[in-house]
Design a protein around this ligand. Structure first.
Ligand code: NAP
Length: 309
């Protein structure tokens, strides 16, 4: 139990901030945790479940004297929130964010960072399809990656201190260049979400025709799609609007591959389909070998703890 930051301010009290609060409490990693939420309902729930040591309805009070400020709001809201807290930040404080997209958050936040305040952008690759102040849990980050995308002028001691907090919450850290992060995440998370949203949309249309058969006979693969497609609409709207270039690049490649498979099916080219699926099966085995998932049929997931990102 080592206090790493004396006063941590969580801005936005949803799944990620809530999980951080639980994890920091469990590890005794923060002296005092303040929380800010814009809605009275979220603040009331946060107080009811004792999520933070103090809950605030204005940003200035929440960040006062904090040595770590965590921006945990949707990607599209990061810039305006940062502009509002900037005049109230203590000298020497570190600001980080947990946004799923990095370059556009950096573009929106960095210009507002005052002199003497450190900005270390980050992204925990952990989540569930649940959102809000009740969704968080202390073990969300255990054995998950948390990518940091420091800026060229980021001060190493500030980055290392944040790294220590993240590691103490159970996550593994790595560093990445922001646009590279956005490309990698568009492949591993953003476009897969879009495909899930689309597939559930297709099934929805079909469901109307086939009188709910889609739900009744829903196989495991489709059920996983519905879980992913239940993710927070605001968060995911912002992810696509703010990771536009990488998403469109990967979607273009995806469409080309889909047409290749579509043609193979039309032409009855079983060899091509078999070769393709053999390659993709090898990728799955690589993920298991790297310890990113397990080979058991339910992926080793416990209810409520499955990775959404
Ligand atoms: P969440 O559970 O939906 O919570 C979002 C919080 O942000 C809520 O407290 C909400 O306030 C607040 N908020 C929403 N719009 C706001 C605005 N315009 N101004 C101020 N506050 C606003 O979200 P989350 O899943 O924790 O996600 C937070 C961030 O983490 C996002 O940037 C997301 O990209 C990133 N992230 C999410 C996941 C995931 O799987 N969920 C994983 C990694 C990173 P109210 O409750 O008062 O409405």
């Amino acid at each position: 139990m080592t206090v790493i930051y004396d006063r941590v301010a969580l801005i936005g009290l949803g799944l990620i901030a809530g999980s951080m609060a639980h994890a920091m409490r469990a590890g005794g990693l923060a002296g005092h945790i303040t929380g800010y939420a814009r809605s009275a309902e979220t603040r009331q729930i946060a107080q009811e479940i004792d999520l933070c040591d103090s809950v605030h309805d204005n940003l200035a009070d929440a960040v006062k004297d904090a040595d770590l400020v965590v921006l945990a709001v949707p990607v599209g809201a990061m810039g305006s929130v940062m502009a509002e807290i900037a005049p109230h930040l203590a000298k020497g404080a570190t600001v980080t964010d947990v946004g799923s997209v990095k370059q556009s958050v950096i573009d929106a936040v960095a210009p507002h960072i005052p002199d003497g305040v450190h900005f270390v952008p980050g992204h925990p690759l952990a989540g569930t399809e649940h959102s809000g102040p009740r969704a968080g849990f202390a073990t969300l980050f255990v054995n998950r990656w948390w990518l940091l995308t420091p800026l060229p002028d980021s001060v190493e001691t500030a980055v290392a201190r944040l790294d220590r907090l993240i590691t103490a919450m159970g996550a593994k850290t790595d560093r990445m260049e922001p646009t590279h992060h956005d490309l990698v995440l568009s492949v591993t998370s953003h476009v897969p979400h879009l495909i899930a949203y689309t597939m559930v949309g297709v099934a929805d249309h079909l469901g109307r025709v086939t009188d709910e058969e889609v739900i009744q006979y829903s196989a495991a693969g489709f059920r996983d799609f519905t879980r992913i497609a239940a993710s927070d609409p605001t968060m995911w709207r912002d992810v696509f609007l703010h990771n536009k270039d990488a998403t469109l690049d990967i979607l273009g490649r995806f469409t080309e591959e889909l047409f290749v498979l579509q043609r193979a099916i039309r032409m009855g080219d079983g060899q091509q389909l078999h070769d393709y699926f053999t390659r993709t099966r090898a990728i799955r085995r690589g993920i298991i070998d790297a310890g990113q998932d397990t080979s058991v049929p339910d992926f080793g997931r416990t209810p409520g703890a499955q990775p959404a990102e």
